[in-house]
Ligand binder design. Structure first.
Ligand SMILES: Nc1ncnc2c1ncn2[C@@H]1O[C@H](COP(=O)(O)OP(=O)(O)OP(=O)(O)O)[C@@H](O)[C@H]1O
Length: 300
């Protein structure tokens, strides 16, 4: 039994870790805003801003070893990744304020984008357990992958501008020169060879901004969706975009989806991967696993 509602006798220590750059908007007023709407009868609140890549994870690790019960990632999927990795390790509770560019996991979990409503959800304090996953031993919660989207994450991370429009512009520029690779896959012991434009391993259903790569994926099913985007002539790029926006990837001939628990992939070349949208460099061998219902999250 995973869903819990709590009756409280003592206050809950809650830390909000705010990423000042996620979503490309200023966040200086966020602590005041949270303070205004958070239930002070229930929570002792603290606020901290992350200062560099990896800092949100360090702050969460430190908070979890002190007496914080709930740690809130106020940012996008990259911030959630850093914070949730530590929350998972220390068996604490994750809260999410969706302040990123895409907010893939928050959208999947139906956490409202409206900040006042998202704080209201924390006040309600209903939690549920969700699947988590690892990708070459690095935790992920939404999507990890390789191929074009990993390449784009790597290029985007070097770009000064954040936000959706910058990402889309860069995507159009990069897509023309990108060359698909051949991948050897083993999914729950079954072997496949596939040439792909990109391969995403999906715990939840979307990249963010309601762009669905795995429309039927669920963080409650104990499975990962391996989504193989087949090579396509550039003229079909709008079709691919339409398929993802409509959430019809399962029936599209441009995308193949295979569900599994244990995935091994060997690719032609080492290089870019992404883990919850954050770029990393890895070798040719990739292994992904799911950990069913392993993370407790505040949900609607
Ligand atoms: N003060 C900071 N300066 C620079 N980078 C930071 C800072 N704090 C956190 N980061 C990094 O910002 C990156 C982006 O964060 P995040 O993914 O939350 O935002 P986003 O990319 O706008 O949203 P989404 O992933 O939902 O599209 C993460 O890699 C995180 O480590």
């Amino acid at each position: 039994m995973c869903i819990q509602s709590y009756t409280l006798h003592t206050k809950i220590n809650i830390l909000f870790i705010i990423n000042p750059i996620s979503g490309g908007r200023g966040k200086l007023r966020i602590p005041d805003f949270i303070d205004q709407y958070l239930d002070k009868e229930k929570f002792n609140a603290n606020f901290v801003f992350s200062e560099y890549v990896g800092h949100a994870g360090e702050l969460a690790d430190e908070a979890a070893t002190k007496n914080f019960d709930v740690i809130v990632a106020a940012g996008g999927d990259g911030t959630i990744n850093e914070v949730a990795t530590q929350v998972l390790k220390h068996h604490k509770i994750l809260g999410i304020l969706p302040l990123g560019s895409g907010n893939g996991l928050a959208r999947f979990l139906k956490i409202p984008k409206n900040l006042k409503h998202a704080i209201g959800l924390i006040n309600n304090y209903k939690t549920d357990c969700v699947d988590t996953a690892e990708f070459n031993q690095k935790c992920f919660f939404n999507l990890a992958g390789m191929g074009f989207d990993a390449h784009l994450s790597a290029v985007f991370s070097k770009d000064k501008k954040r936000g959706l429009s910058g990402y889309v512009k860069l995507g159009f520029k990069e897509v023309f020169n990108y060359q698909p690779q051949t991948y050897q896959l083993e999914i729950d012991g079954v072997a496949y060879t596939r040439k792909a434009f990109a391969i995403s391993i999906a715990n939840s259903s979307q990249y963010g901004n309601d762009v669905y790569i795995a429309p039927n994926a669920s963080v409650k099913d104990g499975l990962l969706d391996v989504c193989i985007i087949k090579p396509f002539p550039i003229i079909k790029l709008p079709v691919l975009g339409y398929v993802m926006l409509r959430g019809t990837a399962e029936s599209s001939d441009m995308i193949e989806i295979i569900k599994g628990k244990h995935i091994k992939i060997t690719r032609e070349k080492a290089g870019a991967v992404h883990v919850d949208g954050e770029p990393l460099q890895m070798g040719t061998a990739i292994e992904a696993l799911v950990h069913p219902l392993s993370l407790q999250v505040i949900v609607p």
